[in-house]
Design a protein around this ligand. Structure first.
Ligand code: ZN
Length: 192
C-alpha cells in the first residue's frame, strides 16, 4: 500500500484552511536559516518554533555542510537576506552507524534495503548491486560535537560566506527534544 492517497488527502485538508498564508513573502520573515538532519524524528518547525514563511530549513542526511547545503545557504543570504544560521545535528543519528566503506560495500552487494543490527547495517537483500557508491563522499559522523564543529568551520571559512553572519552549532537530543549548544562550534562560528 502506497502512502500516496493519505498524503494527497492530508494536503487537501491543509489547503482548505490555507487562509492568509497565501500572502506570505518569499524572503524568510525572521531572517534565519537552519541546516539540519532529515531524520524523521526531527521537526524543525516544532523544535525551533517556526511558522510558514519564518525561516529557511535545509535538510540532508546528517545535516552536513555539503557543497549543496552551502549552495542553499549562500542563496539564503545573498538573494533572500538571512542574517543568522544554525547547524543542528542530533543524538542517535543514523550517520553514526556506518562508514563510507560499509555503505559502499552494502550497495556493491545489493540495492535492497539493509537491516540494522547490534553490529551495524548488514545486507538481507539480493544482488546485483552497483559500485557507483565508491564515488560519493557519504559524510558519515563519528562524534556529534566534532561533526557540528567541522561543519560550522567549513561554512565559516567558505569564501562565499560573509564574516558578519553568526553560525550557531547545536545538537538536538532525540530523548528530550532539547537543543544543546556545542560551545566549540559556536566559538568557531562567531561573526567577525
Ligand atoms: Zn540524523
Amino acid at each position: 500500500m502506497s502512502v500516496l492517497p493519505e498524503v494527497i488527502a492530508a494536503n487537501a485538508e491543509y489547503a482548505a484552511s490555507f487562509g492568509d498564508r497565501s500572502e506570505l513573502a518569499l524572503p524568510p520573515a525572521r531572517g534565519f536559516a537552519v541546516l539540519t538532519c532529515m531524520d524523521a524524528r526531527l521537526d524543525p518547525a516544532k523544535y525551533a518554533g517556526l511558522s510558514e514563511g519564518d525561516a529557511h530549513v535545509i535538510r540532508n542526511a546528517g545535516g552536513r555542510a555539503s557543497d549543496d547545503a552551502i549552495r542553499s545557504l549562500v542563496i539564503s543570504y545573498k538573494l533572500l537576506g538571512t542574517k543568522e544560521w544554525f547547524v543542528i545535528h542530533h543524538s542517535d543519528c543514523g550517520m553514526e552507524f556506518f562508514t563510507d566503506e560499509v555503505i559502499r560495500g552494502l550497495l556493491a552487494n545489493s540495492l535492497e534495503t539493509a537491516a540494522l543490527g547490534d553490529q551495524g547495517f548488514y545486507d538481507v537483500g539480493t544482488g546485483p548491486g552497483a559500485r557507483e557508491g565508491d564515488y560519493i563522499d557519504w559524510l558519515t559522523i563519528s562524534d556529534q560535537a566534532t561533526s557540528v564543529t567541522e561543519d560550522v568551520r567549513r561554512i565559516r571559512n567558505h569564501p562565499l560566506v560573509p564574516a558578519r553572519i553568526p553560525i550557531y552549532g547545536y545538537i538536538y537530543d532525540v530523548k528530550s527534544g532539547l537543543l544543546l549548544e556545542v560551545p566549540t562550534a559556536t566559538e568557531v562560528g562567531r561573526a567577525a
